[in-house]
Design a protein around this ligand. Structure first.
Ligand code: G3P
Ligand code: MG
Length: 501
């Protein structure tokens, strides 16, 4: 007689052990008569039948195999959709500071693909070209006005590049917007990426090389760029994510006075991260000190973790500590908890790999679930980046000052087009902010029609070239030409309609 009956394991009819090649496997009969294996509590996890033969006994689980996370996490973490969202991923009344003043000149510089000024897709600079363009623009008043009254906001990953690989249509689009059009005019555009992990200057240098177009730091926003404002609020911060010490560099450039990174903590006390293999090189480059005497005032997750185990352990230690002091555990997990900021919340990121990779959002959700499991309370946190309102407000500032730089006209154009590949990030944010939104199929989104939850207001396009040329034609006329003809004499040829293709 067996010590336990099936019912002791929660196995109910019509489940019954089936003697077959899959001996001891429990099956359920579907309404169409087919049977399929199930575990306890309705799970469909099956164990491969080959291999162990009859030397094993499958004991049904006594606990549900369905993950516990849904009731551990915030609802908004699970509903990144326009339908469920009340306006923001941050539902706690938290505010997100952004820099008030114009961008700092020390961060400002234009980067050319080959280290020297060039006009993308066009012959070397000839002074006559600018004169011709000016004459052409003089004769096309209405079109020029419309060209200065529109702006593009580009997502980067999945729209212009995949990692370090160029999406070819991206190069052509930037040539057009930088003046290779019938008016020879610059059409305003900025870059708004949830990307992160290195200072703006080197990232812009790298991008301008990949895209073969000059890009200025003054038209560029990474997920952590507006977090520069937080340097006015916190002195000693833990900075998490990114390669090596690049995010420390970012934080120092933003003005944080005292930046600590996980390597500093591990170098001080290796037992804090039991699974970490810490190299001599890492020890030599870290900045250990007695962290039991230091109050970390806030945690800044700037970029994707390169070591989930170490970073999660250290973050969790700090969140559960008394006012950010290592070696302590707070009596009350809420009142003594230091704030935690994430630079963006995307779940997935398109890369060179064919299937999008997990991003900071999944790391955050893991932390939220662990925190709730350990403390019983929700983790309050602030998430910057698209689709958060603060990031779009900051983008407005950047567009306005970019307008001043390229057209000496400091104002926000009326027609802003966001081009993105992620409905839950680029599109939902652009829609909430009242921009025209264009969803492209070269990145996260691969669907046929528009996205169900967060439909793009201006439509879905095969790629960035189709999106941009459609938007320009809408604003500047269906006959607008993409290409500047330097052989044309505007005085003889009127309003420039004879420009090339
Ligand atoms: O999700 C991570 C980040 O790489 C996405 O960048 O340019 O698509 O906002 P982007
Ligand atoms: Mg993208």
């Amino acid at each position: 007689m067996p010590a336990f009956e099936d019912s002791d394991f929660g196995v109910q009819t019509p489940l019954s052990p089936v003697k077959s090649r899959d001996s001891h496997r429990f099956t359920k009969v579907a309404s169409n008569g087919t049977s399929f294996p199930v575990g306890s509590h309705g799970s469909t996890i099956s164990i491969p039948g080959e291999g162990n033969g009859h030397n094993t006994i499958e004991v049904p689980a006594t606990r549900s195999s369905i993950s516990d996370t849904s009731h551990l996490m915030h609802n908004l973490s699970l509903s990144p959709s326009m339908k469920d969202r009340r306006g923001s991923r941050n539902s706690f009344g938290a505010s997100l500071p952004i820099p008030r003043s114009k961008r700092q000149s020390r961060l400002s510089s234009v980067h050319y693909p080959d280290g020297k000024a060039q006009r993308p897709g066009m012959p070397p600079i000839q002074p006559t070209r600018d004169i011709l363009a000016a004459q052409m623009q003089d004769l096309s008043g209405e079109k020029v006005k419309a060209a200065k009254d529109m702006a593009f906001v580009f997502d980067i990953d999945g729209v212009l590049v995949h990692g370090d690989r160029l999406i070819p249509e991206g190069q052509r689009v930037l040539e057009i917007l930088n003046g290779d059009n019938e008016l020879g005019i610059k059409i305003p555009h900025i870059f708004l990426t949830n990307g992160s992990g290195k200072p703006e200057k080197p990232r812009v240098e790298q991008l301008s090389k990949i895209l073969h177009s000059p890009i200025s730091t003054d038209q560029f926003i990474q997920s952590h760029t507006p977090m520069r404002a937080l340097a006015e609020y916190y002195k000693t911060v833990l900075v998490v994510g990114g390669e090596g010490y690049k995010c420390r560099e970012v934080a120092e450039e933003y003005g944080f006075q005292d930046t600590v990174v996980p390597n500093d903590i591990v170098a001080w006390d290796p037992t804090i991260a039991p699974y970490r293999v810490f190299t001599e090189g890492e020890r030599a480059t870290s900045r250990p000190r007695d962290f039991s005497k230091v109050n970390i005032e806030a945690i800044m997750v700037f970029s994707d973790s390169r070591d989930y185990a170490t970073d999660m352990q250290i973050i969790m230690d700090l969140l559960r500590s008394e006012d950010g002091r290592f070696g302590t555990v707070a009596q009350d997990p809420v009142s003594q908890r230091i704030p935690i900021y994430f630079s963006q919340g995307d779940m997935l990121c398109p890369t060179e790999h064919p299937i999008p990779r997990m991003s900071q959002g999944t790391f955050r959700i893991g932390l939220e679930a662990m925190y709730k499991a350990l403390t019983g309370v929700d983790l309050e946190r602030v998430v910057y980046g698209k689709p958060e309102l603060a990031t779009y407000k900051y983008a407005d500032e950047v567009i306005t000052s970019w307008m001043e730089q390229i057209h000496n006209d400091e104002r926000l154009p009326s027609n802003v087009y966001m081009i993105g590949d992620n409905p839950a990030s680029d599109i939902v944010g652009g829609n909430m902010y009242g921009w025209n939104t264009c969803l492209v199929r070269t990145g996260v989104y691969q669907g046929e029609g528009n996205d169900d939850n967060n439909p793009a207001s201006f439509g879905v396009f095969k790629n960035v070239f189709e999106a941009v040329t459609t938007a320009i034609k809408k604003e500047l006329g269906q006959d607008f030409k993409f290409g500047f003809d330097e052989t044309i004499n505007p005085v003889l040829h009127g309003n420039g309609t004879s420009a090339i293709f």
